[in-house]
Design a protein around this ligand. Structure first.
Ligand SMILES: O=C[C@H](O)[C@H](O)[C@H](O)COP(=O)(O)O
Length: 232
């Protein structure tokens, strides 16, 4: 199986958890896109689902393929969210936000009774941090916010570049109109301390550490898709 087929395998396995009539959070990224494509085929066959997208990108794909969409204000309590991840550790701690959708993804996941992560095995890590941690920040005072993040990192013994994510003509802008700082820490031994420190910095809107949020992760490899469950 090539990289795309692994994503499809994970998405296919996740689809088995989606029941007729569910209120469903729909994630963002290339793996979530495969899930949307498979879901759309079921919807075309008469399967009923009420989707809440986690980004404008996902919303566009859903509209194009005929997946019924609602806003989170229409459906503030969801049964399940299916989403991809940039990293998954053994406790189902995640790094998300490689596509810049972390804020809406976290809000939607928090409004869901369950979150199932879909990924291929290259995303599995022992300790989070190999993937640069996306930190969504307000454009106002971004340099002061970056300095505050650097000081926090220093206090926690973390080091590595913290860079403003670029796009073609300037900084990358999220769906919410914010910037992203990508923090290349390499290894984050105490993700909880970092998460708590980041939310205490006023200019930080959200960060890509999703801790204790996923109830399961479906990991696809050459030998098939296996499910890791969160420990209670
Ligand atoms: O902001 C984007 C999301 O958190 C994605 O779910 C994450 O980046 C994984 O994307 P992909 O499935 O393309 O690797």
């Amino acid at each position: 199986m090539d990289a795309r087929q692994l994503k499809i395998a994970a998405a296919q396995a996740a689809l088995e958890h989606v029941e007729d009539g569910m209120r469903l959070g729909i994630g963002t990224g290339s793996t979530a896109d495969e899930f949307v494509r498979l879901l759309a085929e079921k919807v075309a066959d008469g399967f009923r689902v009420q989707g809440v997208p986690t980004s404008e990108r996902t919303a566009r794909l859903c509209v194009e393929l005929g997946v019924p969409l609602f806003s989170l204000d229409d459906l503030p309590e969801l049964d399940l969210t299916i989403d991809g991840a940039d990293e998954v550790d053994g406790s189902l701690g995640l790094i998300k936000g490689g596509g810049g959708a972390l804020l809406r993804e976290k809000i939607v996941a928090a409004a869901s009774a369950r979150m199932i992560v879909i990924a291929d095995e290259t995303k599995l890590v022992e300790t989070l941090g190999r993937f640069p941690l996306p930190i969504e920040v307000a454009p106002f005072g971004m340099t002061a916010t970056r300095i505050a993040v650097e000081r926090l990192a220093e206090r926690l013994g973390l080091s590595g570049a913290i860079e403003l994510r670029p796009e073609r003509d300037g900084p990358f802008l999220t769906d919410g109109g914010h910037f992203i700082l990508d923090a290349s820490f390499g290894r984050i031994p105490d993700a909880e301390a970092l998460a708590n420190g980041l939310v205490a910095i006023p200019g930080v809107v959200e960060h890509g550490l999703f801790l204790n949020m996923a109830s399961a992760a479906i990991i696809a490899s050459q030998s098939g898709a296996r499910t890791l469950l969160a420990k209670d």
